[in-house]
Design a protein around this ligand. Structure first.
Ligand code: CTP
Ligand code: MG
Length: 191
């Protein structure tokens, strides 16, 4: 078989995206289906501010976990077809195959973790007096992905290079989507 050394890095990048896909979808979809009763029931913390705020709803949480897990089901079904295509370009190492063969329970845990990380992020934001909807760079961008990886860890422990590239890509995508939102006129600031 011919070997393309440059594709090896590219394959690791692709698989890092593959690893993050269900958590990303879980994190992105609540905005489409959220609303209704807030998770904190409108309750206040002892500092007098909302525990989580109106931005975290039960429906949004369920919508996120649903679409994240659905993504995982799609990945589970697609993996057997993608493996031979990937094998055309690189020698698939056991580490690569491990990430490619993501299981549905692992995707469920990634999704649950992503939404839990989002909730924990809001809890911290309210404690440091950041209003619902106001940005908190690090928490908003990578909090959810870190918690997703922690939740899935008992079922899925990918090698560190995938984790590092996934975190960097998550930061990059956030930056890209904000810049795009600004250029298209949806956002006032490019960050
Ligand atoms: N959303 C929801 N339920 C969730 C998460 C999100 O309903 N568990 C919806 C809400 O309509 C929310 C929107 O998705 O306003 C965007 O989500 P996010 O940016 O995470 O929330 P924020 O409104 O920015 O609130 P916070 O400052 O608490 O993060
Ligand atoms: Mg927000």
């Amino acid at each position: 078989m011919e070997y393309y050394p440059m594709y090896e890095e590219f394959a690791i990048f692709e698989l890092a995206i593959w690893l993050g896909l269900s958590a990303w979808i879980a994190n992105a979809t609540p905005v489409l289906g959220g609303g209704g009763k807030p998770i904190d029931g409108g309750g206040l913390f002892r500092d007098g501010r909302r525990i989580l705020g109106d931005g975290k709803t039960i429906r949004g949480f369920i919508v996120g976990v649903f679409f994240g897990t659905l993504t995982g089901i799609g990945q589970f079904l697609a993996a057997p077809y993608l493996r031979p295509i990937l094998a055309l370009f690189v020698t698939i190492t056991p580490e690569m195959d491990y990430v490619l063969s993501i299981s549905i329970p692992a995707a469920l845990l990634l999704s649950l973790g992503a939404l839990t990380g989002d909730v924990v992020g809001s809890f911290i934001k309210r404690r440091v007096n950041v209003k619902s909807g106001d940005p908190s760079p690090f928490l908003d961008q990578v909090g959810f992905i870190l918690m997703a990886l922690i939740f899935a860890f008992p079922l899925m422990a990918p090698s560190p290079n995938f984790v590092i590239i996934l975190i960097l890509t998550t930061l990059g995508i956030h930056w890209l989507s904000n810049a795009l939102g600004y250029l298209l006129g949806f956002k006032k600031n490019p960050w």
